[in-house]
Design a protein around this ligand. Structure first.
Ligand code: XUL
Ligand code: CO
Length: 437
């Protein structure tokens, strides 16, 4: 039964020569690259919160988005109808996954009991729709930041009752994610941070956050949920400092509190840039630690210093991203989740299609370019050769732990001086990448 997008047919791959704005020019889901289809490499996911709950409001103005299917009410019936429309959209787009927060899909009631009942009603619809479309849940999550009770945070709140509320909410969100066969579950610390240290006991808050995550791990095991847990780093916004500020901080936290085996990272592009890093840096930090799990695909604005969550269209960015993904063996449970929203000025429903088609084409190109760079081999060869001094002689001895300071001193006393350095050839390498773009 199709209703809302009746003037838009299923988005097809038409190739690079097509001038049809409602067609893929580069994303051909069945095309094979490095022994896998594009569909399986890229594992695209549509986010419920921006695409179906975003209104286009900003701090200066109300919502602008025209969404004829949404009556604007907080009723369960509206939420159920919206869920059916969401699946019609995702199916027409051809994305295999979606992701949601508990409060995106169903309205909060007056009590936790009522809220859980609302959620159950909508989850029933989500389950039916998943079944008849084949669309799967990439990950679920709990919104622990919108309601005023979370003003001081959730797991890191100074109010123990709020911790308990958040724990109950996560329990339910885990059950629902499990029921829907979710491939993962994400923890983004919406307000787990501080605005001033004058009123903050940081050590206590960090201990509480770790306790919270351990409780979730325990419950996951108890109910037999096999999905992957992710932490999503973000340095600031809404709070001045978030404890999960970047990939390195998250890894350190997980290691300190003995949680590293149970979590991977969900790296978001605009969060990386807010942290003063590149996406490539964050992916590399996560990948090197064996913790690269999933990606929230979006981009910031070069001239704007907040989380603008725009759709990714830069082929340079998608190439770098896919180089990292391929280097670390590709996605297993994770995927490319478009945590991105259309601009306030792009208020018509068709803009949702343009935005996702553009993002999917940009990543398809990035994947193909990254695969071509890998096939060419010059980049990898260059890096390998740059470290050749470690493959034999004194370098190999150091790596093997077979040379102490005494031996290194006598080695250098004999040599007199270190072997000469070789150029890092940054510009040569940048030119090499551009050969493929
Ligand atoms: C916020 C953000 C969240 C998480 C899920 O910046 O990225 O939407 O992805 O809670
Ligand atoms: Co995100």
């Amino acid at each position: 039964m199709e209703t809302v997008f009746k003037n838009i047919s299923k988005i097809k791959y038409e190739g690079p020569k097509s001038r049809n704005p409602l067609a893929f020019k580069h994303y051909n889901p069945v095309e094979i690259v490095e022994d896998k289809t594009l569909r399986d490499h890229l594992r695209f996911s549509v986010v419920y919160w921006h695409t179906f709950r975003g209104t286009g409001s900003d701090p200066f103005g109300v919502g602008t988005a025209i969404r004829p299917w949404d009556d604007g009410s907080n009723s369960v019936a509206n939420a159920e109808n919206r869920a059916r429309v969401a699946f019609e959209f995702i199916e027409k787009l051809g994305a295999p996954f979606y992701a949601f927060h508990d409060r995106d899909v169903a309205p909060e009631g007056k009590t936790l009991r009522e809220t859980n009942k609302n959620l159950d009603a909508v989850v029933k619809v989500l389950k039916e729709e998943q079944k008849h479309t084949g669309i799967k849940l990439l990950w679920g999550t709990a919104n622990l930041f919108t309601h005023p009770r979370f003003v001081h945070g959730a797991a890191t709140s100074c109010n123990a009752d709020v911790f308990a509320f958040a724990a109950a909410q996560v329990k339910k969100a885990l059950e629902v994610t499990h029921e829907l066969g979710g491939a993962g579950y994400t923890f983004w610390g919406g307000r787990e941070g501080y605005s001033t240290l004058l009123n903050t006991n940081m050590k206590r808050e960090l201990d509480h956050l770790a306790r919270f995550l351990h409780l979730a791990v325990d419950y996951k095991k108890q109910i037999g949920f096999k999905g992957q847990f992710y932490i999503e780093p973000k340095p600031k916004e809404p709070t001045k400092h978030q404890y999960d500020s970047d990939a390195a901080a998250c890894l350190n936290f997980l290691r300190e509190y003995d949680l590293l085996d149970d979590f991977k990272l969900n790296i978001e592009t605009n969060h990386a840039t807010l942290a003063g890093h590149t996406m490539q840096h964050e992916l590399e930090v996560a990948g090197a630690a064996g913790a690269l799990g999933s990606i929230d695909a979006n981009t910031g604005d070069e001239l704007v210093g907040w989380d603008t969550d725009q759709f990714p269209t830069s082929v340079y960015l998608t190439t770098q991203t896919m180089l990292a993904i391929l280097k670390y063996g590709g996605f297993t449970t994770g995927g490319l989740n478009f945590d991105a929203k259309v601009r306030r000025e792009s208020f018509e429903p068709v803009d949702l299609f343009h935005a996702h088609i553009g993002g999917m084409d940009a990543f398809a190109r990035g994947l193909k370019i990254a695969a071509a760079i890998r096939k060419d081999g010059r980049l990898a060869k260059f890096v390998e050769q740059r470290y050749a001094s470690w493959d034999s002689g004194i370098g190999a001895k150091i790596e093997a732990g077979k040379a102490g300071l005494v031996e290194l001193e006598s080695y250098l006393l004999k040599q007199g001086e270190a072997a000469p350095n070789v150029s890092g050839r940054q510009e040569f390498l940048e030119n090499l990448i551009n050969e493929f773009i």
